[in-house]
Design a protein around this ligand. Structure first.
Ligand code: CA
Length: 223
């Protein structure tokens, strides 16, 4: 699950990112409203954690613009404003939930999970491609009905490939979607995990992950 955090208070953002990562989420962070809005529009996230008071634009404006563009990205607002009217305003503009600062981190996690559990028509719960099926909620992967045990990173990588079947994805695109924006580890990490995945998929015969020289990888559905 990949979250976007728009929050200008750096110390709060950093502690949230650390905690969210420990809970298994991939997190991108923008301290600036407009940049965050751009990221929300152009990249696939599962949920947006949005601060209300930002230096450039307000959380409300971000929600309004996203909803105007038919984005169905789930949004949780963080607000220091305790007044009921702001909460109502946020929810009516299209936010899914809110938390008032200061909040308990465990409550934040519980609310994020509750939002992600909601049956929402736009979030496909299961991706099926040929014999391959990925359950996005339980993270269960099956090939022709046989369960494939994957590590969390292998799963994330396969999910990104499975969302774009037969489409070539560059190492950078894979790194950005399955890891996170600011990943600064060794650059061949994608190749390493592709190898792990291939070895596991090989046991079941398909699907294959093809290398497209000079470009990247794709989930190959041809037999
Ligand atoms: Ca703020």
């Amino acid at each position: 699950m990949k979250l976007l955090l728009i929050e200008d208070e750096a110390s709060l953002a950093k502690s949230l990112i650390k905690g969210l990562k420990e809970e298994g989420f991939v997190v991108d962070w923008s301290p600036v409203g407009k940049k965050g809005l751009f990221m929300a529009k152009t990249q696939p996230y599962d949920l947006l954690v949005l601060d209300w008071m930002l230096p450039d634009i307000t959380g409300l404006e971000i929600i309004q613009e996203l909803r105007q563009e038919q984005s169905k990205l789930p949004i949780l607002i963080l607000t220091a404003k305790e007044e009921l009217e702001f909460k109502i305003e946020g929810l009516e503009a299209g936010a899914d939930d809110y938390l008032t600062k200061p909040f308990d981190f465990n409550e934040l996690i519980a609310r994020i999970r509750a939002i992600l559990r909601r049956p929402i028509n736009y979030r496909e719960e299961i991706i099926r491609i040929g014999e391959l099926s990925l359950n996005l909620t339980t993270k269960e992967v099956k090939v022709a009905g046989i369960e494939l045990k994957l590590s969390p990173k292998e799963y994330s990588l396969l999910e990104v490939l499975a969302r774009h079947p037969n489409q070539v994805l560059s190492r950078d695109q894979l790194l950005e979607q399955a890891w996170d924006h600011n990943y600064e580890g060794f650059s061949n990490v994608v190749d390493v995990y592709i190898r792990y995945l291939r070895n596991k998929l090989k046991l079941l015969g398909q699907p294959k992950i093809a290398t497209v020289r000079g470009f990247g990888y794709k989930l190959d559905l041809e037999r």
